[in-house]
Design a protein around this ligand. Structure first.
Ligand SMILES: [Zn+2]
Length: 335
């Protein structure tokens, strides 16, 4: 299947009341691992790349990797999404590369660090909608700020999403998906103790904007056994802690349709590579450690796809092009 606009996956997830994982990638093995998991479980999938990933892969490599993923997996609907676009220019670059979805994170200024005012956020989000929507590209926005910093993104301050502002945000720029701050945090050191998500807040936001897909960022679980494996094989990640899957599952019935997973993918790869280095120091072929890392990553994503309820839904999704989406937006009066 060719790449599909992310909105197609989110609307279908809303019908089936499940969430789709959005997995960050930076290289070939990560894309292959995630696609193998999607194939194995019959899941639709969102592959996402941050600005850091675009830079790391020198743009063209990432573009061709995602084309390869689509070519190799004709039965899997894949949305290619820009994570934390910082300005209109970055979103334009991603769209030109063939991304079917972009996030504009107007909760922070272009430096991806300083929080903006509500009006500033509205303005930059509107500029991206004005550019992307006539092209059929999905737009995710963010309201409120998360704790933690990852890939250079984050103010480190927590501001939970205000439901009144969420209503205004969805009325004015008419975003396809809204990332909300409900108590999660970016990175591997999210919390000091088991976190509690603001479940009532999710419920309220969902009841006020029931037709907008909600997005959870900073939602890796940072499983204890991965932290232990990293540390056992010479790593140093004391007290890393994430959001338990049970907490994520508790908000899926309340409109959460996209769940971002980055840290867990990084950790599983690191843990597997460390294990090979310590147990088999004589190995020096990158395939000997990147291969096991890829397999371990696949296993982890298979579990996520089952836990989020994504597994088994690939076949229900209709192939829609960006042109189909332009028609869809016209019919809804959104262009
Ligand atoms: Zn994020």
């Amino acid at each position: 299947m060719a790449l599909v606009p992310m909105r197609v996956l989110l609307d279908e997830a809303a019908k089936g009341k499940y969430a789709v994982g959005a997995y960050n990638v930076n290289n070939m093995e990560q894309i292959q691992a995630i696609m193998a998991a999607a194939h194995n479980t019959g899941s639709p999938v969102i592959i996402q790349a941050s600005r850091g990933a675009l830079k790391y892969t020198n743009f063209a490599y990432l573009r061709h990797l995602m084309m390869a993923a689509a070519e190799e997996n004709p039965d899997i609907p894949i949305a290619m999404h820009l994570d934390h676009g910082n300005c209109l220019e970055t979103c334009k670059i991603a769209i030109e590369l063939g991304f079917t979805s972009v996030m504009i994170d107007g909760s922070l200024k272009e430096d991806s660090k300083t929080p903006t005012t509500f009006e500033e956020n509205l303005e930059v989000t509107q500029s991206v909608i004005d550019y992307a929507r006539p092209l059929g590209v999905t737009v995710e926005a963010e309201l409120g700020t998360l704790g933690g910093i990852e890939d250079g993104v984050g103010s480190g301050q927590v501001n939970l999403t205000d439901p009144d502002q969420a209503v205004e945000f969805v009325d004015r720029p008419k975003v396809d998906a809204l990332a909300v701050a409900i108590g999660t945090s970016h990175g591997a050191y999210k919390f000091k103790e088991e976190p509690r998500l603001a479940l009532d807040l999710v419920r309220e936001i969902n009841s006020r904007i029931p037709n907008t897909a909600l997005v959870m960022h900073g939602s890796s679980s940072v499983p204890k056994e991965l932290v232990e494996q990293v540390n056992k094989y010479g790593g140093n990640m004391p007290n890393a802690m994430g959001v338990p899957m049970s907490a994520i599952q508790s908000v899926i019935p309340h409109g959460v349709r996209k769940v971002n997973i980055d840290t867990d993918g990084r950790m599983v790869v690191t843990a597997a590579i460390r294990k090979v280095f310590i147990e088999s120091p004589e190995k020096f072929d990158p395939r000997d450690y990147l291969g096991p890392a890829r397999s371990a990553h696949t296993e982890r994503v298979i579990q996520k796809m089952r836990d989020l309820g994504t597994a088994g839904h690939a076949g229900e999704i209709e192939q829609k092009s960006l042109d189909d989406m332009i028609e869809f937006y016209k019919q809804k009066g959104m262009i």
